[in-house]
Design a protein around this ligand. Structure first.
Ligand SMILES: [Mn+2]
Length: 454
């Protein structure tokens, strides 16, 4: 059971209290969704262990997100949550008879009293613990071998999934506490990573320092850290880990988060090794990011936040002498998308890119992205309880610069400035924000401040 550093974060008593209310909310919204879609009960699978091709080993286990909304149990495959409205949920807990691996012990934690826990030695045992008639049961999960024999189940009904995902965007107080704790762990990792960068470590050394400070192994993190030195910062999802240190140390872009009880933080920081034009640009981007954060509150259309980020970036580029045109012309000619080719943020929670970002309503289709912004992952109007990332960027990406150089944007960009900044890669500054009626709580800045405190 991976709930790291529990003693330093919300106490077990606090979590027990918060979890009880969280589970009640999940039961309520699930009951409503089941009724709306014509099902009697819900069965959710934790996930399967997947074998490697022609091998007796398996891929690392990744729990299904719809299972994690019920329980923080994240490391036991072939468990099920079975929920019948107006009854306490049951956890069918997979406990095989095995002498090769240690079967997971029956969980005993702040959440377990809320479940009827039924140990099952295998999938047949789990099936026997369920009602005979599954013809009004919705099932969420993958098609593990043998599921075909569980006659009657409705497999991953899209309408039901839309109902559940739509409401998952609003976090309960328990989920907010977990996301705060995930940010504390992530901030701790970031501080350690920055120290190793300053001391001259490789990206491999930086990742090890991040993991050690978070107290998590790589497969426990919500996503693989992006750790890029110098020009590699221009690769948005840079995935290499070099053991060698490059001859020149100019910049570090690190996008890395930790997990707490199944909830993710998603944090990016960019550092310059020395003062100068790149350090100056980082300072400007930090101001821009904070300006955007200050405008986040319930009722704001996230598409407008994204477009506003582009307007602020155009002004920044003009002010920093990266353009030969005005900020207005840069917007009109789509020059800013050369430097910022991703969405300004997304929903965050059980998944790092959380589900439900586009829905107008469960039964009403999706909200379109703004024209020419194909990578935005959130188009909804913000509500209290949403948790979103705010992650404007400014990158010097060869392929996008080459495309701009080959079209009408060639005359709008000051190429001599681009050449001098290209070796630094790029900048991204990303915080996690909990939306309230009047503003937002910056979970990440508060976590960095808390980690700074003596
Ligand atoms: Mn992100």
């Amino acid at each position: 059971m991976a709930v790291p550093h529990l003693q330093e974060f919300p106490s077990a008593d606090t979590l027990e209290h918060l979890f009880a209310a969280h589970l009640s909310a999940v039961c309520r919204r699930t009951a409503t969704a089941l009724e709306a879609c014509g099902y009697r009960d819900l069965l959710v699978h934790s996930g399967s262990l997947r074998p490697l091709f022609q091998d007796d080993r398996t891929h690392p286990f990744e729990v299904n997100a719809p299972f994690k909304v019920w329980t923080p149990l994240s490391d036991v495959p072939d468990c099920f949550v079975h929920f019948v409205p107006d009854r306490p949920p049951r956890l069918l807990f997979h406990r095989p008879t095995d002498y090769w691996y240690k079967p997971a012990p029956l969980p005993q934690a702040y959440w377990t009293d809320r479940f009827e826990i039924v140990p099952c030695s295998d999938l047949q045992g789990a099936r026997a613990a369920l009602p005979e008639d599954l013809s009004h049961t919705a099932y969420l999960g993958e098609d593990f071998g043998g599921l075909a024999g569980w006659a009657g189940l409705a497999l991953n009904p899209p309408r039901l999934i839309r109902h559940l995902d739509y409401h998952r965007a609003v976090k309960t107080p328990y989920e907010l506490a977990c996301l705060r704790a995930a940010n504390r762990l992530g901030a701790r990792g970031h501080r350690a990573a920055a120290r190793v960068f300053t001391a001259g470590g490789s990206t491999f050394d930086i990742e090890l320092a991040f993991l050690a400070a978070c107290g998590q192994r790589e497969q426990e993190l919500p996503y693989n850290p992006i750790i890029a030195l110098n020009e590699n910062g221009a690769v948005l999802h840079y995935q290499m880990l070099e053991r060698e240190v490059p001859p020149a140390r100019r910049s570090l872009l690190i996008d890395a988060g930790a997990e707490f009880a199944g909830y993710a933080s998603d944090i990016t920081r960019t550092y310059a090794h020395e003062t100068g034009e790149f350090a100056d640009l980082i300072g400007r981007m930090d101001t821009l990011q904070q300006t955007l954060c200050a405008q986040v509150k319930a009722g704001i259309d996230w598409r407008e936040v994204h477009l506003r980020a582009h307007r602020l970036l155009a002004a920044l580029l003009a002010d920093a002498d990266l353009l030969t045109c005005s900020a207005e012309e840069a917007i009109d000619s789509q020059v800013t998308t050369v430097f910022l080719p991703h969405g300004v943020g997304h929903l965050l929670g059980l998944q790092v890119h959380d589900a439900g970002g586009f829905m107008r309503a469960p039964e009403e289709g999706d909200i379109e992205r703004p024209e020419s912004h194909p990578y935005l992952r959130l188009t909804r109007v913000l509500e209290p309880g949403f948790v979103v990332t705010m992650e404007p960027g400014l990158y010097f990406i060869d392929t996008l610069l080459a495309a701009a150089r080959a079209d009408r944007r060639r005359r709008l960009i000051r190429w001599s400035r681009i050449e001098s900044l290209r070796p630094y890669g790029g900048i991204r500054i990303e915080d996690d924000l909990a939306v309230t009626a009047t503003g937002c709580e910056n979970l990440t800045r508060e976590a960095f401040n808390a980690e700074n405190a003596p």
